[in-house]
Structures are given as structure tokens and as C-alpha cells.
Design a protein around this ligand. Structure first.
Ligand SMILES: C[S@@+](CC[C@H](N)C(=O)[O-])C[C@H]1O[C@@H](n2cnc3c(N)ncnc32)[C@H](O)[C@@H]1O
Length: 515
């Protein structure tokens, strides 16, 4: 079964993508001096191709003032989304089963439109329908986020997709069965040193990564008829024709070319003023294989720091993790950068006391010797390098210890803990303080679920019983732990560690509170 060549016989996997949060989109717009849509009085958000809807529902739970609408052509997907909306008591989220070309006329206009895992995987006709939606359904000043497989990073990997798809077409069964057999063929070709793999050793190594993926993901990534990897300039051209201008990209560090390319390319970037050209240079220098790009309709520019403060001073900055100190080294793929110096020392000290708005940072006596524009730049670079996080509202620093008895605040989070604990994949819990979701391991999720439903006493024993009944293996250093005493000790240590460090973080984010 296909919708314009897109597979619909196998359901996708649930996943939360923080890049899709309205906070992340607004912040990246502001970083690039484009005024983002305000959030304080409510906003409308559309996700095209929402799949099983985890990004949609998590963001709806985290942003009660927003209205979230998901669209997907696969009724098996939208049924799951509907069930999760009901289980999470999300009155601000809904989902529509439709092809992009047949959206209801009365769907209205949106401040934010996002599509992840869609643009590279659908036919030119479906892409055209997406562009029509961008043209007609994004408000003036609205932001659109699109992800896609990019060139040149896919150049040496495209034949892998060709091998999988062509072999799968010869096999019988559903898409999962076909891709499983095609994977066997791919491994055979690689292990027998087929000339393609001999000439492309990185493609040979890439096969191991595919084998670790969920088979449903592999089917959706590789079996669609119209899979296309795009150059940035091609996508920018398509959106320009739809009346949208390129704003910037996610994650945040990709807006800083010096964090993405080696220093020997500096001259190339210093002498180029055109951002559209810079992006192409960056992709060639960094061999980019995947992009998340932000576009705006009728963007309003914010030339000065004061303009920026007027538009985004509802956002807060906080320490990304407790205990960050300088010098701080980070490698975001290609170059290693070091953050150091008194300015960052002061910023870290200030934000250790709790989150601050940009205006509060600029007015702080600890950094009064630095010009506002330079301070704003330092804060942005700190976010890019992972020192600071941006949140929708204030976030307190984590307390030394969490309360003895805790309760999970949102029905949505309680429902996710019930369904996804020990599911073998990380999950995300929504925070109304940060306006986004926060990753939690499926094992920690079981500990939290037990703590919140039945208290701290005997938690390790209960988690161990749950683990035994779940079929999920317990691993240490990549090995399954089968010895009973060793298992008990591991579970008990994991509970202690979560209570000491994980739980206070979740309390600071308002995800749990004192019962
Ligand atoms: C790879 S999945 C991504 C799902 C989700 N965005 C995520 O990242 O988890 C792509 C989704 O787009 C949907 N889709 C594909 N073609 C479509 C179309 N023409 N109209 C509506 N949805 C479509 C598929 O059913 C699928 O759920």
C-alpha cells in the first residue's frame, strides 16, 4: 500500500525531536535577527506528517497556550495519536487523517509549521503540496521548519539506499519483511567486499549503523519510492518560490560556521556575506548529510539588541547541566572549540542561581563591562556550544535533593511513563516550564513511575520485578547481566543514582512535584 509512493503498510516508530519546539524555532529566528511569532497570548502550530505524533503531543503538553494540529495520511498512525491525545488529556491537540493535498479548507493559518522526516521521502507532487501549504497556511511572520537528507553527505551512501530498495522490490511480504531480507543482502555484499564497498570504506562502516536501527525506521527511511537527498540551495529555491525566506538552521551550533568547519576554511567564510552561499560552503566543508532549516514568511528584521529584547525577552537562559565550568571543550563534529575567560565564568556563576531573561543578563552588574551586543553574542555562542539552554519560562536550579514523595504533574507524562517504561527506547517528558520535552531513559522511567505511584520504600525490588516481567535485558558494558545478585545490585544502584541526580532535575523542570 502506498500514498504517492510512501509506505503505509508498516507503522513508524514514536520519537520526540526537540528541534521542533516553538521555543527552539523562535530562538533560532532571533539569533538570526528575525522577529519570531510571539507565544504569550497563544499560537497555532501545524505538524505535517506527524507519524505516531510524539513530537506533537509532547509539545502540546509542554505548551498549554498553543494549539497543535497534526496531519498524517496513515490512519494507523493517526489512531495512535488520537489515543495518546485522549490518554494525556490534551485539549489543545488534534490530528487529521489526510493527504497534504486534501487538507480541510477551514484548517486556518498557523504561526508555526514543522515537518520532520517527510520532505526527502515523498514524491515531487507531495512536496509541491507541502509548498502550497507553506504558501497559504503560514501567517505573515510565521516560521516553518523542514528537515531533509542533504548533499554532499549522502553522496557516498546513496547506493546503499539503492541496494536496499532494489533488493526489497524482489522480495515478498510487507515492508518490514522485505527490508529485513534486503539488509541480509546488503551485509552479504559488504562482507564479501563488493567493489562498491571496497571503494567506499565509509559506506561499508555505515552498514553497521543501519543494523542497530529499529527495523521500522529502516523501512521508512529506505523503501520509499521518491527518496531524494537535496542540496541546501535546491530546498532554499523551492521555498523562495513559495514566498518563504531562509532564516537559519538547527541545532543551534549550525548557525555558527566556525563551529562546523575547520579553521583553514575561515577565509572562504570571512569573505562571503551572502548567507545562502555560506550555507552551501558549510555543507561542502562539513560533508553535511542532514539538515533542519528554518524559513519565515514576510520576515521582520531586528537589527539591534534592543529590537531583539522586545521580541524574545519572554525566553529564559539556564545552565544546560549543573556543574559546568570553564575552560569547557566541545567538539560538534569537525572542530574542537574551547570556551574560557572571565565573561563565561561570570555567566556560568549567574545562571547557576537560576534561569535569566536576556534583559536580566544584560543588566547584571557582574558583566557590566561588556557591551550588550557582545554579551548577547557570548550568550548565543554559549547556547550553541551546549553550556546554556533556552526555555519558554523561568526554571529554578535543581535542589540538592528531591522530596521524599513525588507526583508526576501532567497526565500526559503519567501516561507516557505507563506505556513506555522499559520499552527499550528513551522517552521524553513534557515540561511547561521549559516549553519542550526532556529525554529520559526507559529504565529511569520505570523507576520514576514506581516512585510516583507507590513511593520510595521498596522501589528497587519493584523495579526489579517489573524488569523481570518485561523481557528487557539488563546490560553492563554491553553484556547482558544474568546473575541474580549482580542484577539486584545494578537495579539498586540505578535507583539511588536516579533519586540523587535525575529526580531533582525533573523537579526543577516542574515535571514532578512534592506529593
Ligand atoms: C518518516 S515519518 C515521520 C514521522 C514524524 N514526523 C517523526 O519524525 O516521527 C513520515 C510521515 O509522513 C507521512 N506522510 C507521507 N506522505 C504523506 C502525505 N502525502 N500526506 C500526509 N502524510 C504523509 C507518513 O505517513 C509518515 O507518518
Amino acid at each position: 500500500m502506498t500514498a504517492e509512493g510512501y509506505i503505509t503498510d508498516v507503522a513508524y516508530i514514536p520519537g520526540f525531536y526537540p528541534n521542533m519546539s516553538p521555543v527552539a524555532m523562535r530562538y533560532v529566528a532571533s539569533l538570526n535577527r528575525v522577529a519570531p511569532p510571539p507565544m504569550a497570548d497563544g499560537f497555532r502550530y501545524l505538524e505535517l506528517g506527524c507519524g505516531l505524533g510524539r513530537s506533537l503531543t509532547t509539545l502540546a503538553a509542554a505548551n498549554p497556550k498553543g494549539r497543535f494540529v497534526g496531519v498524517d495520511v496513515n490512519p494507523a498512525h493517526t489512531k495512535v495519536v488520537e489515543e495518546e491525545i485522549a490518554a494525556g488529556d490534551l485539549s489543545n491537540a488534534s490530528v487529521i487523517t489526510a493527504d497534504f493535498s486534501t487538507l480541510p479548507d477551514d484548517i486556518g493559518e498557523f504561526d508555526f509549521i514543522a515537518l520532520h522526516g517527510v520532505f526527502s521521502w515523498v514524491s515531487p507532487e507531495v512536496r509541491e503540496a507541502v509548498l502550497q501549504i507553506a504558501k497559504s497556511r503560514l501567517k505573515a511572520g510565521g516560521l516553518l521548519l523542514v528537515s531533509y537528507n542533504a548533499m554532499p553527505g549522502w553522496a557516498h551512501l546513496q547506493p546503499i539506499r539503492g541496494i536496499l530498495r532494489q533488493y526489497a522490490a524482489l522480495r515478498a511480504g510487507d515492508s518490514v519483511q522485505k527490508v529485513r531480507e534486503a539488509l541480509g543482502y546488503l551485509v552479504y555484499m559488504r562482507d564479501k567486499h563488493g567493489k562498491y564497498f571496497e571503494d567506499n570504506p565509509r559506506a561499508a562502516a555505515y552498514v553497521d549503523g543501519i543494523l542497530k536501527q529499529d527495523i521500522r525506521y529502516v523501512a521508512h527511511e529506505y523503501l520509499n519510492e521518491h527518496w531524494t537527498a537535496f542540496y541546501f540551495a535546491e530546498v532554499a529555491g523551492l521555498f523562495r518560490e513559495a514566498g518563504l525566506a531562509f532564516v537559519g538552521s538547527l541545532p543551534v551550533h549550525t548557525n555558527f560556521w566556525d563551529l562546523c568547519v575547520r579553521p583553514e576554511f575561515q577565509e572562504l567564510f570571512r569573505t562571503t556575506n551572502d548567507r545562502l552561499v555560506t550555507e552551501s560552503h558549510k555543507d561542502f566543508c562539513a560533508n553535511t548529510a542532514f539538515r533542519w532549516d528554518l524559513y519565515a514568511k514576510a520576515p521582520r528584521l531586528m537589527p539591534t539588541v534592543n529590537d531583539r529584547l522586545r521580541e524574545i525577552d519572554d525566553l529564559h537562559f539556564r545552565l544546560a547541566r549543573p556543574g559546568i565550568t570553564v575552560p569547557y571543550q566541545v567538539n560538534l563534529g569537525v572542530v574542537t572549540s574551547t570556551v574560557q575567560g572571565p565573561l563565561y565564568q561570570s555567566l556560568l556563576g549567574m545562571l547557576a542561581q537560576g534561569s535569566m531573561r536576556l534583559s536580566e543578563i544584560l543588566a547584571s552588574p557582574q558583566v557590566s563591562g561588556t557591551a550588550p551586543a557582545d554579551l548577547a553574542k557570548a550568550v548565543d555562542a554559549g547556547v550553541a556550544m551546549g553550556l546554556f539552554d533556552v526555555t519558554a519560562g523561568p526554571v529554578r536550579p535543581a535542589a540538592a535533593r528531591a522530596p521524599e514523595a513525588v507526583r508526576v504533574v501532567l497526565p500526559f507524562n503519567a501516561a507516557i511513563l505507563r506505556t513506555d517504561s522499559l520499552g527499550g527506547r528513551p522517552l521524553a517528558l513534557a515540561s511547561t516550564s521549559s516549553g519542550t520535552g526532556h529525554a529520559l531513559g526507559d529504565f529511569d522511567a520505570a523507576i520514576l513511575d514506581e516512585l510516583a505511584t507507590r513511593g520510595r520504600h521498596g522501589v528497587a525490588e519493584r523495579v526489579e520485578t517489573r524488569l523481570a516481567g518485561s523481557g528487557r535485558s539488563l546490560q553492563q558494558n554491553g553484556q547482558a547481566v544474568t546473575d541474580a545478585a549482580a542484577r539486584r545490585q545494578l537495579v539498586s544502584d540505578a535507583c539511588d543514582a536516579f533519586i540523587m541526580t535525575g529526580l531533582p532535575q525533573l523537579e526543577a523542570l516542574g515535571i514532578v512535584t512534592k506529593a
